[in-house]
Design a protein. Structure first.
Length: 376
């Protein structure tokens, strides 16, 4: 299959309509059409508007900007100025209406502009027939904005959904969208919210055509019932227990720090959602130098003997020392009480044995003597 995309710089005012022909003036920036084996599979329209007009679009969910298909703003709120740029794609079921006027991109652009002047009530100019892909505003501090579900789906897959049963790609797009959405919302994500969003997506595809997403969405809903819950519970615990933390970008891991009686060190709380496990690490503030690693390994082995909750471990490559506590909650749920026991058992052990680690590394104390000093 051969896919080609052609672009046209419009730079013209264009009037769309919504509801009962209410005018919506926009400044059209560009038009792009994509063909696959000479068949039109996408038409994109990019335009800009002032923030005041965006408020109308936002409030009335024009261009299908419903809450359930939006990802959160990437970098702060929109400002009263400058203009906001919106990229949209024409609904697949409207592509045949445009196809007869797309011999080339120039013809397609001319046709849309002429419709605005001569047939303003044409369905091609209705906001409900365009899907917003992204909404962005360039500010002095950088760009802020958000993507929508439709931006996760390829033109070919979306076009296919209008004429046949749903593809695996659409299911995958929903999953990827939710991964980004849950990461951005983190502690705010709830099952009620995700269920509402899934319902909205299913209704859209049903309206688009006779598309059966029920089985796939229900399967995803069931997976979602456990996905993200461990991280959510971890976030809830550290928030309520007043631990300052940061989330590692792109990973289900929180980074925090603990100040004990014998030192301060970095900690990591990791959610292993698929395995339904929670792991907590205290990272020793110093690495064992190469010439001390055998002695430190002996010290940690002696320390681990008799440990009930957790254990010490060392990476022989770089000498990193850490204490690990973990739990598997398959078939059950992770609670704040469980997290608290694992976390405080962990930091207590690191704090108790840290002087021994330091004495082996810096004081030339033997592993046997260092353990004896601590455990007696």
């Amino acid at each position: 299959m051969t896919t080609n995309t052609a672009n046209y710089q419009l730079g013209s005012d264009l009037t769309l309509h919504y509801r009962t022909q209410s005018p919506l003036p926009i400044h059209a920036i560009s038009l792009a059409i994509t063909k696959q084996d000479d068949q039109l599979i996408e038409c994109r329209l990019t335009f800009q508007i002032n923030p005041e007009l965006y408020q109308r679009i936002d409030t009335e969910a024009l261009f299908n900007l419903k809450p359930e298909v939006r990802n959160p703003l990437s970098a702060g709120e929109f400002l009263p100025e400058p203009d906001i740029k919106i990229e949209t794609t024409l609904k697949p079921d409207l592509l045949p209406r445009l196809a007869g006027h797309t011999a080339n991109i120039d013809e397609a652009a001319t046709y849309l502009l002429s419709l605005s002047q001569q047939q303003p009530d044409d369905p091609l100019l209705s906001t409900e027939n365009w899907l917003a892909l992204s909404v962005k505003q360039l500010q002095e501090s950088g760009e802020t904005g958000y993507r929508t579900l439709w931006d996760y789906i390829s033109p070919a897959a979306l076009a296919q959904a209008a004429t046949s049963d749903s593809s695996e790609e659409i299911s995958e797009a929903i999953v990827n969208f939710f991964k980004d959405w849950t990461e951005a919302n983190l502690s705010e994500v709830t099952q009620k919210a995700t269920s509402q969003m899934l319902e909205g997506m299913t209704n859209f595809f049903k309206h688009l055509a006779d598309v059966n997403l029920d089985e796939k969405v229900e399967k995803f809903r069931q997976n979602l019932s456990t996905s993200g819950q461990i991280l959510e519970e971890i976030v809830s615990f550290f928030t309520k227990d007043d631990w300052p933390y940061t989330k590692i970008k792109g990973e289900p891991i929180l980074q925090t720090a603990f100040q004990g009686e014998n030192g301060k060190w970095t900690c990591y709380a990791k959610a292993r959602e698929e395995q339904e496990q929670f792991v907590f690490y205290s990272i020793c503030p110093v690495n064992a130098p190469e010439n001390k690693r055998l002695a430190v390994a002996e010290f940690l082995t002696r320390a681990n003997s008799g440990m009930i909750i957790g254990n010490f471990e060392m990476d022989f490559k770089d000498g990193e020392i850490r204490y690990k506590t973990s739990i598997d909650v398959e078939g059950d749920s992770l609670t704040s009480a469980l997290i608290k026991r694992l976390v405080y058992a962990n930091v207590t052990m690191m704090d108790e044995y840290l002087p021994g680690i330091m004495s082996v590394i810096y004081g030339d104390v033997s592993a046997v003597d260092a353990i004896a000093q601590i455990e007696t």
